[in-house]
Every structure is written in C-alpha cells, then in structure tokens.
Design a binder for this molecule. Structure first.
Ligand code: C5P
Length: 210
C-alpha cells in the first residue's frame, strides 16, 4: 500500500524509533527529517558558518544523501545548530522539496516536527508522539551513555537542553512543532518501544482494513 504516515513530536520522545519500526513492519521507506537539519548545520559549521546567524539556504540546496549518513550528527553542537538553522524559512523551503520527493513515489513513514502540519498535511495517518521531559531526558541519556543509573547533574543538564530545544521548535514562527488537529496522540511515558509499535500497528490495521 502506498501510504504516507507522519510521525511528529518533541525531541527524544521515541518518534524516530516508532517511525523506523513502523516502516519496517509495513515495508515502507523511512525518512528521519531531523537528519536533514542536522546535516545542514554540520556542513555549515565545517564551512566556517554559524547556523545561528549565517544563511543556510545554499548549504541546504547542496546537501548530498551521504551527508545524512554521518555518525557525528547527534552531538550537542549539532542539536543546537539544527534547531537554529531550522528557523530559517529558505532552508525549510529547500528541505521541504526533498521530503516531498522522498515520499511521493512509493509512500513512506516520515518523522519530524512539521510533517503532519506542513510537509504532508494530507498524510494518510498522523501520529504525535510525546513523553514528559524527565522521561525523554532519561531515554536520551541512556542512548548516549548506555548506563542504567544516570548522574543526576548530567541528567538535569540534558533535560534543560531538551526543554530549550522544544521551546525553540514550538515558538518559532515558521513551521513550529505542533500536533496536527487530526493526529493521534501517543503518550509514551509508560510504554516501551515494542508497546508503542504494537499500538500504532493496531491503529494502522483498523484504519486501513479492507
Ligand atoms: O528530530 P531531531 O531531534 O533530530 O531534529 C533536530 C532539529 O531539527 C529539531 O530540534 C528541529 O529544530 C529541527 N527539525 C525541524 N523540522 C523537522 C525535523 C527537525 O525543524 N521536520
């Protein structure tokens, strides 16, 4: 089935994990659109540009598929750079085209902040995945450091960074982070990745049962 499924939500809510698993289960391609903004920020920094104050439009147009595959895109400097460059309207316009092209041919599961509101407002199905800031910080900490018992000061710092990024994403005038009116809210505080996937798949089956 040529479905377009949008998965939006704040940082570290589990939307990427859900989108990837959903895509695999349904045999659809998956696009993590955060990687586009991260790759633009990284390329700008490498060129001596500041994602917070310099124009990123040319960099966005010049982005190559291999730029998304770097393993150094999830570091704090790029977290901040991506959310700064994501406020630039011409950068978003350049990346919008790529996102639409990716999904139009064979459908896709796409995760980000504005997929259900701006990129694919007519998506077949939309999820908005969220969790409390404390749970999201703990998950991100464990992803980064792989330890069960976190250092509280580090955890507090991470929670503050995540909340600052969410605020910036939600308050920007262009394509802010927002739940689409027709998106299904998935709260993941008390659900592990497998339970979230099972819940989402049951909705897909109910919605598209023929
Ligand atoms: O999803 P991820 O945390 O990797 O995204 C990094 C940043 O890219 C976000 O904080 C946000 O500012 C930006 N972004 C966006 N729109 C998207 C995806 C990501 O503005 N669709």
């Amino acid at each position: 089935m040529r479905l377009i499924i949008a998965v939006d939500g704040p940082a570290a809510a589990g939307k990427g994990t859900l989108a990837k698993a959903l895509a695999m289960a349904l045999g659809l391609p998956h696009l993590d659109t955060g990687l586009l903004y991260r790759a633009v920020a990284r390329q700008m920094i490498l060129s001596g540009l500041d994602p917070a104050s310099d124009d990123g439009e040319q960099t966005a147009h010049a982005l190559q598929p291999a730029d998304l595959l770097r393993d150094d895109l999830r570091v704090p400097e790029i977290d901040r750079g991506a959310s700064a460059v994501a406020t630039q309207t011409p950068v978003r316009a350049a990346l919008l085209k790529r996102q639409r092209e990716f999904a139009t041919a064979s459908g896709a599961v796409i995760d980000g902040r504005d997929i259900g509101t701006v990129v694919f407002p007519d998506a077949d199905l939309k999820f908005f995945v969220t969790a409390s800031a404390a749970v999201r910080a703990l998950r991100r900490y464990q992803q980064l450091h792989g330890v069960a018992k976190p250092d509280q000061a580090d955890l507090d710092l991470l929670a503050a960074e995540i909340e600052a990024r969410d605020r910036k994403d939600a308050e920007r005038p262009v394509s802010p982070l927002r739940q689409a009116d027709d998106a299904i809210l998935v709260e993941t505080d008390h659900l592990d990745a497998q339970a979230v996937l099972a819940h989402a798949l049951s909705i897909v089956k109910t919605r598209f049962a023929t």
